[in-house]
Design a protein around this ligand. Structure first.
Ligand code: ATP
Ligand code: MG
Length: 558
């Protein structure tokens, strides 16, 4: 291996090996094959980054193929959402394909198989068929319909296709081997009858191909060189090859299926079916609820495409399943947002601070740097006046030496402004602090170059001028599940582990520069975390989502 070159993952090794043997570079072609039965989640991001990443690396086309063979669960809404998400991640597909575009071809091939004695119509119930499957150590039993004549099979299959048989009356099965040690080879079902309208083919079809019959054939039709899927499909590989063999001619280029480990994320669920339950049962507001591990949820939460790609690349592809801690995803978000998010001030749990020696009615606009990580981000002006909001937790009447915030008799700096000293508190009849009174040192203005401005004080607080504050709804999101593996418990349902405190809504007071913030704008509320403007935001009522705090606070909480 050349020095400085990243070592190849095992998928890349397979490709390199193939290129050394009988594959040409032009043969390489990949696909990402989602079923449009829900929105894409962070697990899919791994598969997307793998396939499209290989496309970029080998300069090879990557198709976006919708595996739309089950009209019971699939919808156009999901197709649209999937396209939006893949694009947003920054990938371009060579062709947009649909398994449903191949229904006629698949049907014609199935007819050929019947003619060749390789498929038959079975008229038993699915329960009967299941009973005859046998066990891995015991061969299955042959169906009494296994030796139907070709003519009878063709006639019945035609009827199934036209919807002239009941939905549960017949299936088409491949005639392979009821004694195969691989259960999937025991006369697998190729077609079932479903009298349900399909989001693309409408009522044209009354039979629908099963996954194993459609997937490899779609890969073959599109000349996919490597068909990557998750490990649970390993036993399907034999059947994949069997069907491709049946439909291809000798010497024709054939796709190969290879498997990699599914990626699971802690404190959440990566299964479209289960995520749909969360939406349907109202545990979350929608598929793009910012607590969802969907790509659209992460986008709305304030994640950048770069942070998701970084996450997927850093966990890489593996041969064994494991659980990735969500704190790693959050780390990737922070790392990217730190570079790009402008710094602003916002107070989320306010208490009023009055600067008693600051002239009443006066205000001044102070220069504030937008991003210390990026000089080109420039600066802005923030208004300062006699009455400010600061965070309640930034003040204690009396505090020990380790409390580097405001207390009576102590000094702190107000960010971008002056040094102040706590003087006294005003309380209501119940003893709650309603105002903190302080004095400021007029010569200590940040950046003014005076001796006083250079004076070191221990703490720096963020603040917002009361008169100028922009009121906003702030949505503080936390993990949706309170345990790391919500579907890892055999006794309990994943819904039993929903974190009841996954959303807290507060009113925040923000500096007025945020008045014109638009949906998806990302900022750092200094000393608090990264936030993003929600799509519910309006000029009258801005709404911000907390993407992630500045530090990992969850491990402390537990
Ligand atoms: P789900 O159970 O969420 O529906 P799926 O595997 O059935 O997942 P598909 O739409 O069939 O979803 O998946 C499209 C591609 O994404 C497949 O190649 C699949 O293997 C891959 N994929 C799905 N989930 C993960 C995951 N958690 N980690 C890695 N790849 C995944
Ligand atoms: Mg699926």
């Amino acid at each position: 291996m050349a020095e400085g070159k990243k070592s190849l993952n095992f998928i890349e090794q397979i490709i390199e090996e193939d290129l050394k043997n009988d594959y040409k570079k032009e043969d390489l072609k990949f696909r990402f094959p989602p079923e449009p039965n829900g929105y894409l989640h962070i697990g899919h991001a791994s598969s997307i980054c793998l396939n499209f990443g290989l496309g970029e690396k080998y300069d090879a086309p990557v198709n976006l193929r919708f595996d739309d063979t089950n009209p019971m669960k699939e919808e156009q809404e999901y197709v649209d959402a999937i396209k939006r998400d893949v694009e947003w991640l920054g990938f371009k597909w060579a062709k947009e394909c649909y398994a449903s575009d191949y229904f006629q071809q698949l049907y014609d091939w199935a007819v050929e198989m019947i003619k060749n004695g390789d498929a038959y119509v079975d008229s038993q119930t699915s329960e009967e068929i299941a009973e005859q499957k046998g066990t891995p150590t015991e061969p299955g039993k042959m169906s009494p319909y296994r030796d139907r004549s070709v003519e009878e099979n063709l006639e019945l299959f035609e009827k199934m296709k036209n919807g002239d048989t009941p939905e549960r009356g017949h299936v088409l099965r491949a005639k392979i081997d009821m004694a195969s040690p691989n259960m999937l080879m025991r006369d697998p079902v190729m077609y079932r009858c479903l009298h349900k309208s399909h989001h693309r083919t409408g009522s044209d079809w009354k039979i629908y191909p099963m996954y194993d019959w459609a997937h490899g054939e779609s890969d073959f039709i599109e000349s996919i060189s490597h068909s990557f899927c998750t490990l649970e499909f390993l036993p399907h590989r034999e059947l994949y090859n069997y069907f491709v063999e049946k439909v291809s001619k000798p010497g024709e280029f054939r796709p190969k299926q290879r498997e990699f480990a599914r990626r699971n994320l802690s404190h959440t669920i990566v299964s479209k079916r289960k995520l749909l339950q969360l939406v349907e049962k109202g545990f979350v507001e929608s598929w793009d609820d910012p607590r969802m591990p969907t790509i659209s949820g992460l986008r709305r939460r304030g994640y950048t495409p770069e942070s998701i790609r970084k996450f997927a690349d850093s966990i890489g592809v593996g041969k064994r399943e494991n659980l990735i801690d969500v704190s790693h995803l959050e780390f990737c978000a922070r790392e990217d947002l730190n570079k790009i998010a402008p710094r602003v001030m916002g107070v989320l749990d306010p208490v009023k601070l009055v600067i008693t020696n600051y002239p009443e009615g006066e205000e001044e606009w102070l220069e504030a740097e937008n991003n210390p990580e990026d000089e080109s981000a420039g600066s802005r002006q923030v208004p300062f006046s006699r009455e400010l909001y600061i965070e309640k937790e930034d003040f204690k009447e009396s505090a020990n030496r380790k409390f580097f915030r405001l207390s009576l008799g102590k000094e702190v700096r107000l960010k971008n402004a002056y040094i102040i000293k706590g003087e006294e508190v005003v309380k209501d009849s119940e003893g709650n602090i309603t105002e903190i009174h302080c004095t400021y040192d007029p010569k200590s203005k940040s950046g003014s170059g005076t001796e006083e401005s250079m004076r070191k004080v221990k703490g720096t607080l963020h603040w917002v001028s009361v008169k100028h504050a922009l009121e906003a709804e702030i949505r503080l999101y936390d993990r949706l599940f309170s345990v790391d593996e919500p579907d890892g418990d055999k006794e309990k349902d994943y819904l039993d582990f929903i974190n009841p405190e996954s959303l807290e809504v507060v009113t925040g007071y923000l500096e007025p520069s945020l008045k014109d913030a638009k949906e998806q704008d990302k900022v750092q509320f200094q000393r608090i975390g990264y936030f993003c403007v929600d799509r519910d935001s309006t000029p009258d009522k801005p709404v911000f989502n907390r993407t992630v705090g500045l530090r990992d606070s969850w491990s402390k909480k537990q």
